[in-house]
Design a protein around this ligand. Sequence first.
Ligand code: SAM
Length: 215
Amino acid sequence: MRLRNNPKAYDIMKENKSFVILEPENCKNKWKDIFGNNHPIYIEIGMGKGDFIYENARQFPEINFVGIEKYPSVLAAAINKINAREEKVNNLRLMHYDAIELHQVFEKDEVDKIFLNFSDPWPKSKHAKRRLTSSKFLDVYKDILIDEGNIEFKSDNRGLFEYSIISLNQYPMDIEYISLDLHNSPESEINIMTEYERKFCEKGPIYKLVARYRK
Ligand code: SAM
């Protein structure tokens, strides 16, 4: 997601430090203190404007959620959207950070689940390493996830989905669930939509998989 540069993005982050993490590296190994409890931690990488992670935090108060977004202007848009919501949540934190560095922010076993929703497809093969399901990123996720943890990935992009199945399989990870048409599957009843999903679900199927690192 690209938004016009918002020159106030950093100010918006600073004004919302009750739920925006300004120095993510200082949180490593301290997430239980930050949330004030030892509930599981689920993170969404590339959270965009945050509809999915906010709604998860609202529906599941016994889980802590951390939304991670690479671009400050996108994060600022998410902060504004969350502030505009009537219902406040205290189990949600957001940060501006590049996923490739997440081992600087979370210790091994600090994360219980990772969501990747509608990640940028980077269709040219010369950009394959930028895909959030490429092996470089899978190394990072493995470093922070508990052994029983899993990755949930949704996409409308058939090419990225096929690439991801191969990449996860080769890593090796086991794919435990797969849907080639999430919105017409029984799981659609509990599915929480993202901004992209709402936009693209009319145009074609939504794909989903859940994968776990092989021991
Ligand atoms: N998840 C949202 C949704 O489904 O509506 C946004 C999808 S958008 C296509 C992908 C998002 O991932 C963008 O906001 C982009 O800035 C973010 N992103 C891409 N690479 C990233 C990275 N390495 N670390 C963190 N966020 C990243």
